[in-house]
Design a protein around this ligand. Structure first.
Ligand code: CP
Length: 307
């Protein structure tokens, strides 16, 4: 297989296992490029990409921009806070105006779940979902799988516990789809108020006790408490959350096994992770960020082949 089955990367749900394998293998090649003295290839020299961000981002936006520049694409950046969206322009009008400038690909982050799917029905350019509200964040899940493969040699058969605010997390849903398609076992762990009601229907294990989840897993992917998406109180206080669900280095050390600590960022230090855990030898958090560039190069390169 040398081509993706999809024209857009809207989510992991509509990728095949073959698509995921192709992206991760292509990312292997680009990671090798990124370790050369000249970290640039001409693969997307004739392509123009717009990064259209309606929500804040550090890692995803910079990682996409760097991936595009490493592939020699022309890049423009749009941030809704300084745009004519503030004057009432619609999403579709905004994107159509960007496309009128002969842009070939849109990378979009938006707070509304399904917004990239809506765009895909109305425009011809390739679309990459860089996170749509609480729905999916496909490139995060792909770089997480890439990082697990890198450390363990593969994802199949591995036990991955996703711990924290599952209810508001697009990273959780994309990871569940990606890991299951590659043959991993997936557990979610968090306070019952932060677990979606439908979660068991996705075929994941559910655990409320974080120590049991840590004993079970090879990989702990710890998620941020997304206070900005919480309209009501889901737990009494951050202090109490940290007491019951916060992970420290001592908790990881006492497992006496190899365990990979992942986090998509940004970290709330002292809430879901103590600083000594986040910065410990268990942590691959900055490796995830590094791998994000190679994985996003692979996604952009492969989508460009689909026209
Ligand atoms: N992991 C992630 O999506 O981080 P940003 O919100 O900083 O892009």
């Amino acid at each position: 297989m040398s081509q993706l089955s999809v024209k857009h990367l809207l989510g992991i749900k509509n990728l095949t296992a073959g698509d995921i394998e192709l992206i991760l293998q292509t990312a292997d090649t680009f990671k090798e490029v990124l370790n050369r003295p000249i970290r640039k290839v001409p693969s997307l020299r004739d392509i123009t990409i717009a990064n259209v961000f309606f929500e804040n981002s550090t890692r995803t936006r910079l990682s996409f921009e760097l991936a595009q520049k490493r592939l020699s694409a022309d890049v423009i950046n749009f941030s809704s806070s300084s745009s004519s969206v503030k004057k009432g322009e619609t999403l579709l009008d905004t994107v159509n105006n960007i496309l009128a400038m002969k842009v070939d690909m849109i990378v979009m982050r938006h707070s509304s779940p399904g917004s990239p799917h809506f765009l895909a029905k109305h425009i011809r350019a390739n679309i990459v979902n860089a996170g749509d509200g609480t729905h999916e964040h496909p490139t995060q899940a792909l770089l997480d799988s890439f990082s697990i493969r890198e450390k363990f040699g593969g994802v199949a058969g591995r036990r991955v516990a996703i711990i924290g605010d599952i209810l508001h997390s697009r990273v959780a849903l994309s990871n569940i789809f990606a890991l299951q398609k590659q043959g991993a076992e997936v557990m979610v762990c968090g306070p019952v108020t932060l677990l979606p009601r439908y979660i068991r229907e996705l075929g994941v294990k559910v655990e409320l006790d974080v120590r049991k989840a840590l004993r079970w897993c090879d990989v702990a992917n710890v998620l941020r408490i997304q206070l900005e998406r919480q309209q009501i109180k889901y737990f009494p206080s951050l202090r109490e959350y940290s007491l019951y669900y916060g992970i420290s280095k001592a908790m990881l050390d006492e497992l006496d096994k190899e365990i990979l600590l992942m986090h998509p960022g940004p970290i709330n230090r002292g809430v879901e992770l103590t600083s000594d855990a986040a910065d410990s030898h268990h942590s691959v958090i900055l490796n995830q960020v590094e791998n994000g560039v190679a994985v996003r190069m692979a996604v952009l390169f492969l989508l460009a082949q689909t026209g």
